[in-house]
Structures are given as structure tokens and as C-alpha cells.
Design a binder for this molecule. Structure first.
Ligand code: ZN
Ligand code: FE
Length: 255
């Protein structure tokens, strides 16, 4: 039976995400920015929280863990502590580990760079990836703790996923990302089409997530730093993917 997924806003621009297994009624939250909206979403659907899958230690991703664990006695899965400790974690996971949510199988990808502990969860049968603050739609996370080569490697791991996988990320940053990407590739037709979709969705008050990996591979400049068209966009013809990526990330930081 296919998973049911719900996405909603937490805090200001974080996404709360629930993945539910109809076969066993198991339900996992991907990160826990704050408890309130997650509890509301669970109650709206008549679901009970069985698991929390954490991606990294930042407060806007773990802030609701203590309250949710107290309320539901759920299992908390998270990465190994690297730069900072995450409290209340029951099971620590790393590259290649499998996490079960009822009968749903999540595969752990280590995707460091934004933080050293950042992991993403891939549900192959459901064709979804939860990439939190590593890969955003038309953007990527800031490189706070890792290095540019480390973050570029993480993006390449995500880029290896099939085109028909849906990308769920940690924040509603797409409009800002599109604006920046158009300064690099003003004539990319897929990006221009995405810009129109994003403007419409935001005007309607709707989220711009999930998107398809196939679309991201065509329109996300950060995922395409080794594409000659993107290198040309930052006047770095012939430069390596990682060098172009670093330049893009620094320009976005200043934009
Ligand atoms: Zn973060
Ligand atoms: Fe975040």
C-alpha cells in the first residue's frame, strides 16, 4: 500500500512533514520544527505519531522533539552526533542504514555540508526523498559546518536519485531561489517555467514542494554546477563542478 504524505508550515518557513503507512498505521514526522502544527496535522488525519526521523541538529528541525516524544512515546531516529548533540534520540543512523516506518522502508543517505551531521531519508518504493536543508527546490542549504567539496558530494548523491522521485525539503525558500537562479541562467526554459509556477503557487498561498528530481536536475543551478551552461553563467568556463558550486553558493549568500 502506498504511503500517504502530508506537508504543512511550521514556525515561519519550515515544513512539517508526515509520512503514514496505511497498512500498519505507523506515522513518522520528518523533523520536528515545533510540536503544535505536527499534533494538529496528526489529529486532522486521525493518525498517531510512531516515529520522528531527524535530519540534523538545528533548532528549527528538533525544537518539537521533547514535547512530541512525551505525548506519543514515539521512537526518535537521528544522525550520530558530529558538531552538536541532539537530545532524545533513540536510534542513531548513518549511510546505508534502513529505517522502518511500519512496513515503509527508508534508506539513510549521509548528506553533510549544511551541518556535519545532516542525513537525508530516501523511501525508494514510495519514490520520495526528504532532503531537509541539503537540497531545496531550485536551491541548496548554506554550507555552515562542512566544506564546499563535502556539500557538492552530498548534492551529487541526491542527484543520483531517479527523475520521478519527489523531493521534499526543509524550507519554503523556492521563490528566493528562483530569483537568484534567474540571475545565473536567465534563458533556461525549465527554470523560467518553474518561476511562473512558483509565482502562481505563492499567490494562491500554496507550497511549492514537493517537486520532481527530474525538474530539479534541469532547473536547479546548484545541482548543475558541473554543467557548462551554469559555469558560463558565472564566467567560469572550464572550471570544476565544485569550484562553480562554491562560487554559486557565495553569490547566493550575498544576494
Ligand atoms: Zn538547518
Ligand atoms: Fe532549517
Amino acid at each position: 500500500m502506498t504511503a500517504e504524505i502530508r506537508l504543512f508550515t511550521c514556525l515561519t518557513d519550515n515544513f512539517g512533514i508526515l509520512i503514514h503507512d496505511p497498512a500498519t498505521k505507523a506515522t513518522a514526522a520528518i523533523d520536528a520544527p515545533e510540536a503544535g502544527p505536527i499534533i494538529e496535522a496528526l489529529e486532522r488525519n486521525g493518525w498517531k505519531l510512531t516515529d520522528i526521523l531527524l535530519t540534523h541538529h538545528h533548532a528549527d528541525h528538533v525544537g518539537g522533539v521533547a514535547e512530541l516524544k512525551q505525548k506519543y512515546n514515539c521512537r526518535v531516529v537521528g544522525p550520530h552526533d558530529k558538531s552538536a548533540a541532539i537530545a532524545n534520540v533513540d536510534v542513531r543512523v548513518g549511510q546505508g542504514d534502513i529505517v522502518k516506518v511500519g512496513t515503509l522502508l527508508g534508506r539513510v543517505l549521509e548528506t553533510p555540508g549544511h551541518t556535519l551531521d545532516h542525513v537525508s531519508y530516501v523511501f525508494d518504493d514510495e519514490k520520495v526523498v526528504f532532503a531537509a536543508d541539503t537540497l531545496f527546490s531550485i536551491g541548496c542549504g548554506r554550507v555552515f559546518e562542512g566544506t564546499y567539496p563535502m556539500m557538492w558530494d552530498s548534492l551529487l548523491k541526491l542527484r543520483a536519485l531517479p527523475d520521478d522521485f519527489r523531493l521534499y525539503c526543509g524550507h519554503e525558500y523556492t521563490a528566493s531561489n528562483v530569483k537568484f537562479a534567474l540571475t545565473i541562467e536567465p534563458n533556461n526554459p525549465v527554470l523560467k517555467a518553474r518561476a511562473e509556477d512558483v509565482a502562481r503557487l505563492r499567490a494562491e498561498g500554496k507550497p511549492t514542494v514537493p517537486t520532481l528530481m527530474g525538474e530539479e536536475k534541469k532547473a536547479n543551478v546548484f545541482l548543475r554546477a558541473d554543467d557548462p551552461a551554469v559555469a558560463a553563467g558565472v564566467h567560469m568556463k572550464g572550471a570544476s563542478g565544485v569550484d562553480v558550486f562554491a562560487e554559486l553558493r557565495e553569490r547566493k549568500n550575498k544576494s
